[in-house]
Design a binder for this molecule. Structure first.
Ligand code: TXA
Ligand code: MG
Length: 330
């Protein structure tokens, strides 16, 4: 059984003891909850893959205390990595660079690169400080499902695991970190997030391109499209077509549209992108719980501030190949 514990002194000590013993601990970050393990312990890292049902070539993000830890993971360390870390850490930015010697292949999924970030959530920072090392942590959900933004979501994902879950309440950003790849000739955003490509470009003093959606993981082109998905099929529909689309038994996720008719479960999210992103996964989870025929989502507006939200919704709406359930190659 998963156990949610208060993240006081005692809770943090228990978490550290478990991590030192090579076990997993779920903890809050400012983006989503992570499923953490000692980043230097290959056996513990393998437990993450087993617990999530994640393919072994799908690399993990290392969580570190700060800029000072970067050189331990990325080598050679580009100047651009230091500039971006100084500007945005601690915070929702993951930096990908060439993996330094000694970085476990379990962590990198056998790729020559590694992903590193320093989380801003005070409990994540406190845990890293007490642990005194680095924690590998993917989002604390089973592979292909929605990321958890509350401790109870993590418990729901892993009902049969003896998992310690540090409770940090609802997460503040609600969407996963921006991932920027600095291992190539030009910086590239692999996954959009709260920190925009233009924010990165401002710091670097040069343009930052955004990779097409299916290239997020180096070895898995196309496979990641149907990711971040609830159980029910999800459809994105323009606001003015909602009325004609919704059927009894559907669930609706709205922003501006009027309430639908009877027999349609419905949730409304704030109309600003920060508030919408914060509440998105919890709203999808709660709509999904009732087992609707489909979750119909009022399509979000265009514009840079909605980029990460459109990205996650498009992934959730993407067709799901049967192979996806097993996490195997298409
Ligand atoms: O906000 C976040 O980043 C959360 C919190 C817990 O920190 N973590 C997270 O981890 O979203 P995860 O494992 O669910 O997603 C990590 C993403 C994956 O899409 C993976 O392909 C990508 O990071 N990634 C990891 N290492 C990479 C690498 N070396 N090159 C390219 N992409 C990488
Ligand atoms: Mg994830």
């Amino acid at each position: 059984m998963s156990r949610i514990v208060r993240a006081d002194d005692e809770g943090l000590d228990r978490a550290v003891a478990r991590l030192r013993a090579g076990e997993l601990v779920a903890f809050p970050t400012e983006t989503v909850y992570g499923l953490g393990a000692d980043a230097g312990d290959p056996a513990a890292l393998r437990r993450i893959f087993a617990c999530k049902g994640r393919p072994a070539d799908h690399p993990l993000i290392v969580h570190v205390r700060g800029v000072g830890d970067l050189a331990r993971w990325i080598a050679p360390l580009p100047e651009s990595a230091i500039s971006l870390a100084r500007a945005f850490w601690p915070g929702p930015l993951t930096i990908v660079g060439r993996a330094a010697a000694g970085v476990s292949e379990v962590l990198t999924g056998g790729h020559p690169t590694v992903a590193v970030r320093s989380p801003a959530h005070p409990l994540a920072a406190a845990l890293l400080e007490r642990f005194g090392g680095a924690l590998a942590a993917p989002s604390a959900n089973r592979f292909g499902r929605l990321s958890p933004t509350r401790a109870a979501h993590v418990a729901d994902e892993f009902p049969d695991e003896e998992l310690l879950i540090l409770d940090g309440g609802a997460t503040q950003v609600g969407l996963e970190s921006t991932i920027v790849d600095l291992s190539g000739a030009e910086p590239r955003v692999l996954r959009p997030g709260r920190i925009a490509a233009t924010d990165l470009a401002d710091v670097l003093g040069r343009p930052v391109e955004v990779a097409p959606r299916d290239t997020e993981a180096p070895s898995a082109p196309g496979r990641l499209d149907s990711h971040y998905a609830p159980g029910a099929p999800l459809r994105l529909v323009p606001p003015d077509e909602l009325g004609a689309t919704l059927r009894r038994g559907d669930a609706a996720l709205l922003r501006t549209a009027p309430e639908p008719g009877e027999g349609i479960a419905c949730r409304r999210l704030p109309s600003d992108p920060d508030g919408y992103g914060r509440g998105l996964y919890a709203a999808l989870r709660s709509l999904d719980e009732a087992g609707p025929r489909a979750i119909v989502v009022e399509a979000p507006p265009d514009g840079a501030a909605w980029h990460a939200i459109r990205d996650r919704l498009a992934r959730a709406a993407a067709p799901r190949p049967p192979a996806h359930a097993e996490g195997s190659e298409p």
